[in-house]
Design a protein around this ligand. Sequence first.
Ligand code: PGA
Length: 247
Amino acid sequence: MRKKILAANWKMNLSAADAQEWITNFSEANRLYAELEYRLYAPSIYIQQLTDRKAIHVGAQNVHSMDLGAFTGEISIPQLKSIGAQSVLIGHSERRTIFNETDALLLGKVEACCRNSFSFIFCCGENEDLRNVGEHLHLIREQLSGLLGQMKPEQLELLTIAYEPIWAIGTGQNADTHQITEVHAFIRSMLMEFFGEQGRNVPILYGGSVNAENAESIFSCPEVNGGLIGGASLNATHFLQLASFLQ
Ligand code: PGA
């Protein structure tokens, strides 16, 4: 059965002490929905202190495509694995736009995940200009066809896709249920075009200004299998509250 995922993306927020407080609050909270997979994408320097608690799936926000070598400042998948990290975000719009990560570079990271059997969330999503001229599905196809063309059916269990419209990230302006339903159905149809029935098993998350006020309507859209949460994940209690809408 396809799992549901509630993933926190801290971005470059919180101190080491804040991280410790978050994981303590999360560990001690009463988590009602055992079938839900909770994930935490933390700054890499905090991963080990978080994985030590064994309370939640912990992943990295970025990774290099090579396994080792002279790449000052970078971190590899084998290194992440050695401190207990379980997955990584690839292609977040902030990596694409602020750090100029191209589709080709991202596919190198996907290849590294597949080579190392490391799970990943591949993010896609249009900017406001493309949305306004109705070109958003075209862009999603462009962002996903390289990924899906590259992956083998037996690697599909490593993949989760997150739809995150750039104009909705950190803006307080979430996509509406029609927009989310349209894009998630499109992503599911692409998965099935490339992988047939197996494409049904890949979780598709929505991200972009999800909070306690809008989570119920967003998570009830068809083909929304979870959320990637930025701002509303910085407090463990607020993050956990969102789980009640993802049954
Ligand atoms: P947001 O961020 O919830 O703060 O909009 C989501 C994300 O960028 O993953």
